[in-house]
Design a protein around this ligand. Structure first.
Ligand SMILES: [Zn+2]
Length: 333
């Protein structure tokens, strides 16, 4: 460990203090938009009287405890950053705190991430479950309303605007789950034209996931609607079709194809009404082959499912229900 490489600045920028608190099982209550408050978890805290002295600012990624005895035990400092916190909790140096944090937060520097080609087996390197969940996201952000997402859908999917530090700061966060419903990642959607439009955590492999699969499986439907994006999924779900999954793009991986044929008898493709979407639908039909029945709905040029009203979606999907199951999808484009 003595020679391990660690970037303090990058860690402090990339790891949210909420993630650190969750690691230690610290539960605080929210005060206002960016502040949390509660009982001080530090070993330096001995006062039984100051029960509400610990404060966290998630926007600045810092904490403080104003209990006099706790401050004195920490050399008179009111608070600090995430590395100071871990060092106090663990009774170790700042450098050791950084190494521990790097180890369990998944914030390893990129050169330590094994290149994709050298990974032995896609199943063996599935996206592991996250060890924390973002607790303090704003589910009432106007961006969600502006995209036509209802409060009920926001709650169902756990969406919100993230004000904390790190990769997802200032973005709409979308929890992504494994087929068994374990939280494995958050996607971060830019809300005012920043690039990239979506951010995913380092090491996340979207080719091994179908967004919303665990909810679609919960419906026990045999037919699943397949769309490209997160917001398409929300729109179709909202229109009354909960058996919907997203590829997170217009291509399908072998793994995603296997998931579909393992769990469903029939796939209804509803990709964007553009060249990429049409080409994607042809390729997906080829990849799925004869393992599963596939039909494709054709959207008007320039349209995508998340721009359609619930009524329009219902009309499109009602037509698909009477389509011949064995029809060659390529001829229906
Ligand atoms: Zn304290």
């Amino acid at each position: 460990m003595a020679t391990a490489w660690v970037d303090f600045k990058k860690l402090k920028a990339d790891v949210a203090i909420e993630q650190v608190l969750a690691h230690y099982g610290v539960h605080l209550r929210r005060i206002g938009a960016t502040e949390l408050r509660g009982r001080c978890p530090l070993p330096t805290h001995t006062s039984a009287r100051s029960r509400d002295s610990f404060a966290v600012n998630i926007a600045r990624n810092v904490w403080s405890c104003r209990s006099l005895s706790c401050m004195q035990a920490r050399g008179g400092r009111p608070g600090g950053n995430i590395l100071d916190f871990v060092a106090l909790m663990e009774g170790c140096s700042i450098r050791d705190a950084a190494l521990r944090l790097q180890g369990w937060s998944g914030a390893a520097p990129e050169r330590f991430i094994v290149p994709r080609e050298s990974r032995p087996d896609p199943i063996a390197s599935e996206n592991p479950p996250l060890r924390f969940a973002l607790q303090y996201i704003d589910a009432t952000h106007p961006y969600l309303t502006s995209r036509g997402v209802t409060p009920h859908t926001v709650r169902t999917f756990g969406l919100g605007f993230y004000m904390g530090k790190g990769l997802l700061r200032g973005r709409i966060v979308i929890p992504i789950h494994s087929q068994s419903g374990e939280l494995i990642a958050y996607a971060g959607r830019a809300i005012n034209g920043q690039e990239p439009k979506y951010r995913f955590p380092a090491g996340f492999r979207k080719s091994l996931v179908l967004f919303n699969l665990h909810r679609a499986l919960g419906t026990e439907a045999r037919t699943v609607i397949v769309v490209e994006g997160f917001f398409d999924t929300l729109a179709v779900h909202q229109a009354g079709y909960p058996a919907v999954v997203a590829l997170m793009g217009s291509t399908i991986s072998r793994y995603q194809a296997a998931l579909l044929s393992m769990h469903f008898d029939r796939v209804v493709l509803m990709l964007d009404g553009d060249e990429a979407g049409r080409q994607g639908a042809r390729n997906i039909a080829d990849t799925l082959g004869t393992r599963i029945s596939v039909s494709a709905l054709s959207l008007d040029d320039g349209r995508q499912p998340d721009e359609l009203t619930p009524r329009e979606l219902q009309q499109l999907l009602a037509a698909s229900a009477i389509a011949t199951l064995d029809q060659d999808p390529a001829t229906r484009m």
